[in-house]
Write a protein that binds this ligand. Structure first.
Ligand code: ATP
Length: 314
């Protein structure tokens, strides 16, 4: 099933939370909506889910206009930040509710399989209040994954998990999504997660979509300095183009800086250890750039360097 938003707008009071949103998520596509806090990501998702009434525009699921349908009739599975579990039901009961129509043995097998893969199989007899935040989040995720839905809507579903759990849960979501060709709209502000999991990413800022593309397209060609300074880990360093004879801003990826020789000279201001390499902060000509280096330098050391760059639009 495809999901399409046409000119969708949502206001709270007089203020627009999202404006003129046009997106098409193809059948089976994993689409990540990425943007800073307050940019409108959750609002987009809630509108698609039917939890918010939109002020303008249209929402289509599988080509059918669902703009005025209640959430229950949209055939979507949702996982939200505040994972609403039924408090007076056990984990097992929470998981089995969406699939009560299945044969008992099939249902038990499915719950066992998904709960094992999410590491919650020991918790099936507990109540939500007896779980940590991260465990509750994994139960909410399991509930969406067992439900045989054609569309997933996920709002920061991994926000309460620790780093190793995030990576394994992310892999599981992607596996189940691919196995069943589930059209997915996934919201995050974590661009490492977005790059790892997405077929396509939409960058949102101040309620508007500013760029849509594959992770590679956005990484290589950010449309403006907002995207350039937001996307990538670390994002591009944006500096004044006059340094290389241009009136435009230029963007430099940390891996595109060659340390040790070159026409530029700067001072190492700070160093971060990244496991396989170091990230240096180098200041020169009243600018600062980030650069990856295999060697550890000293803070205050003068170094020569050169770089590849991209001209960045407004
Ligand atoms: N119920 C509401 N009433 C009034 N304003 C709201 C409401 N919900 C959201 N907003 C406003 O709409 C804008 C978009 O909020 P939204 O929650 O969609 O952002 P977000 O990108 O999901 O943020 P975060 O990453 O912090 O969750 C913000 O300015 C927010 O303050």
């Amino acid at each position: 099933m495809s999901v399409e938003l046409k000119n969708v707008e949502k206001k709270y009071g007089k203020n627009y939370a999202i404006r003129d949103i046009n997106l098409k998520i193809e059948k089976g596509e994993f689409f990540v909506l990425l943007g800073p806090s307050g940019s409108g990501k959750t609002t987009v998702l809630r509108c698609v889910a039917g939890l918010e009434k939109i002020n303008n525009g249209q929402i289509l699921i599988d080509g059918k206009d669902v703009t005025n349908l209640p959430p229950g009739n949209r055939n979507v599975a949702m996982v939200f930040q505040n994972f609403a579990l039924y408090p007076n039901k056990t984990v097992y009961e929470n998981l089995s509710m969406p699939i009560e129509y299945m044969r008992k043995e099939d249902r038990e097998k499915l719950i066992e399989d998904v709960s094992k893969r999410l590491g919650i199989n020991e918790l099936l007899n507990r109540f939500p209040s007896e779980l940590s935040g991260g465990q509750q989040q994994r139960v909410a995720l399991a509930r969406a994954l067992v439900k045989n839905s054609k569309v997933f809507l996920m709002d920061e579903p991994l926000s309460n998990l620790d780093a190793p759990q995030r990576i394994s849960a992310r892999k599981l979501i992607r596996e189940i999504q691919l196995e069943n060709s589930i059209t997915t709209l996934y919201v995050t502000h974590d661009q490492t997660e977005a790059m790892a999991i997405a077929d396509k990413i939409g960058i949102i800022s101040n309620g508007k979509i500013v760029q849509v593309g594959t992770p590679e397209e956005i990484y290589e060609n950010p449309v403006n300095s907002f995207v350039a300074s937001f996307f990538g880990n670390p994002p591009m360093s944006i500096i004044d183009g006059k340094i290389i004879d241009s009136n435009k801003k230029i963007g430099i990826r940390a891996e595109d800086v060659k340390i040790g020789e070159g026409k530029f000279q700067g001072t190492v201001k700070d160093i971060e250890f990244w496991g396989d390499r170091y990230l240096l902060y180098i200041s020169f000509n009243n600018e600062e750039i980030r650069a990856f280096s295999n060697n550890k330098f000293k803070i205050g050391e003068e170094i020569k360097f050169d770089f590849k760059y991209k001209i960045i639009g407004e």
